[in-house]
Design a protein around this ligand. Sequence first.
Ligand code: HEC
Length: 195
Amino acid sequence: MSRFAFLRVAAASVAVSGLMSNPSPSIAQQSSCYKAEYTSDGELVLPKHFERWIYVGSPLTPNALNNGHAGFPEYHNVYIEPCSYDEYKRTGSFPEGTILFKELQLTLPKEEADGSRVEPSGRGFFPGKLNGADVTVKDTARYTSTGGWGYFNFNHHEPKAATATVRPKSECAYCHMASAKKDEVWTQFYPRLDD
Ligand code: HEC
């Protein structure tokens, strides 16, 4: 083994032992179920490790296709809490405690008038900076006025807020209640949830 290779191995073992003391659990270490956490004054805490949840889809409404002013000009990357997903697949209903996490992600800057750009794979839209998040939590006892789901916004920019206040029906739930396919969730856009 060259001296350089030996140093690399030594560095790797330091990195591994460093990881083991890291407070953020690995996928294997963490319990796969996550329950909503609230502050003492009832604000929802930004769900932890949502990026390791089950990914279900990415609707996209770019500015260039919405007269330059899309309400949400980003990819809407949607994740569901893994234990809720298992239960949903088993029963066909979203269980109490289900959390859906919609992370917003801007497209890379445009090169063409329609908002697209050209990359080695072709002309299209490509994911860029993260840009805040919206979250829904199913709790039929807590959110009676909005059909059993609580609606939260964790900023429409980065960094995401650490906590968020529940939004009134007139701001979020009315639209989900009117047109989402199943129990206020837009399962029509997520083939993995649209059984
Ligand atoms: C005018 C209609 C409308 C309003 C108002 C609205 N939404 Fe939605 N929401 C949608 C649509 C349509 C989708 C799915 C397609 C997409 O993301 O573009 C969606 C998707 C979501 C999702 C992903 C999970 C799911 O249900 O499909 C979350 C989370 C969410 N919205 C939260 C919110 C929050 C929080 C608010 C208020 C701050 C809000 N929404 C207001 C229409 C709406």
